[in-house]
Structure formats: structure tokens, C-alpha cells
Write a protein that binds this ligand. Sequence first.
Ligand code: FPP
Length: 218
Amino acid sequence: MDGNGRWARERWLPRAAGHRAGVAVLTPLIEAAGEAGVGALTLYAFSTENWGRPETEVDSLMALFLETAKGKVPELNERGARLRFVGRRGHLPEAVRAAVGEAEELTRNNDRLNVYIALNYGGRAELVDAARRMIEDGLTPEQVDEATFASYLYAPEVPEVDLVIRTSGELRISNFLLWQVAYAEFYVTDTLWPDFSPEEFRRAISSFAARSRRRGGV
Ligand code: FPP
């Protein structure tokens, strides 16, 4: 959800106002994803690298996550979204961890759309955590193949990523779902996240649908 900071700067507002504007587009987009028949949508909310931002911004983001959980989770629950979180939960503030657990519990029986929130998420951290758990479980080298490895990821039930949408014109992967994006298609737009609309989301889906995916074949 890139470009919140730039959206705020263009308006002479503090960065926190950009993140707040970024929250406002979540519900229409999640609704549009449900209507388009998207099975799983992952939103990158906070990376393992984002702790390096100024303390005031980190604190305001954590407060915003809590506020968003309070305001949006009941609404998303009514719309049939199942919420799950991927990332290193242990490092999150206690109140955020509690809100994450409650949101998962409340929405666990929903099946219209799976929404994953990547929070304190890093693709490398996920791979390291998977390797650690395989070692803890005493797996032998012969037991570690791609299917086994994938079963140790944070959300093994989620299918591989089909489409990555990157806002604000960035041409990087930025440690996002490194394993899962192996064959993903990319849609990059200069639109800043707070301006990203359901119409553009549908354009991204159409662009994806028109591509031919060869996955290493011909
Ligand atoms: C990146 O933009 C955005 C973030 C680090 C925060 C995104 C979080 C939200 C929109 C809140 C959503 C909350 C939930 C629970 C889903 P940036 O600050 O890097 O923008 P810039 O590149 O323009 O500086």
C-alpha cells in the first residue's frame, strides 16, 4: 500500500494523515475483490523493515492498526471476509496482537473472500521461520522438498500469488511473499495508494486476465 507518505506530502499533511487516507480505500477495494471473485487478497500493512521508521510514525501506525481493527473488522465480517494475519506476531505490541487474534476468531467461519494482512511481515523472515520450524520438527534433508517447504509458510493454505499490484510506481518486490510470487504477474501503477480505486483494481484484474502465463513453458 505504497505512496501514503507522498500523498500526504503533496497536501502538506503529516505522513500519518496519508496512512489514514490509505485506510479509507480498504473497504471499497475489499468489496471490489469479492465481487471480482478474488479468492485471496493480501495487504502489505507493515514490513519487518518498517520498524526502522521514526518512532512517532511507527507508533501512529500501530495506533491506526488498532483503530482500523475496531472500526473495520465488524464491517468486513458482515461482508463475509475471513481475516488472517501473516508475519512475526511476537514483536507486535500486546494490544495489536490481541486485536489480531480477535479478528481471526470472529471471522473464522466466513468464506466469501480471504483477506490476509501482512503485519510485521518480511519474505526473508518467513523463509527463515519456515526453516527453523522444519529443524525443530526434526525433518531430514530428504523430507524437505518444495511441497514440504511450502507447508511451513505462515499461511500454507493460501494459493500461490497470481497478481502483485504495486502502487506509487515502485518497481521493487520489497521482501513481499518471496516464495509465493515465484510466478506472479505484476501490475505497477503510478497511482498513490490513497487514490487507488475499485475501477483501477478492476483494470489490474483485466490486465492480468489478458496475459498468457507460461510458467517456464512455451
Ligand atoms: C507505505 O506507504 C504504507 C505503509 C507502511 C502503511 C500502510 C498501512 C495502512 C494503509 C494501514 C492499513 C491497516 C490495516 C490493518 C490493513 P509509505 O509510507 O511508504 O509511502 P511513501 O512511499 O509515499 O513514503
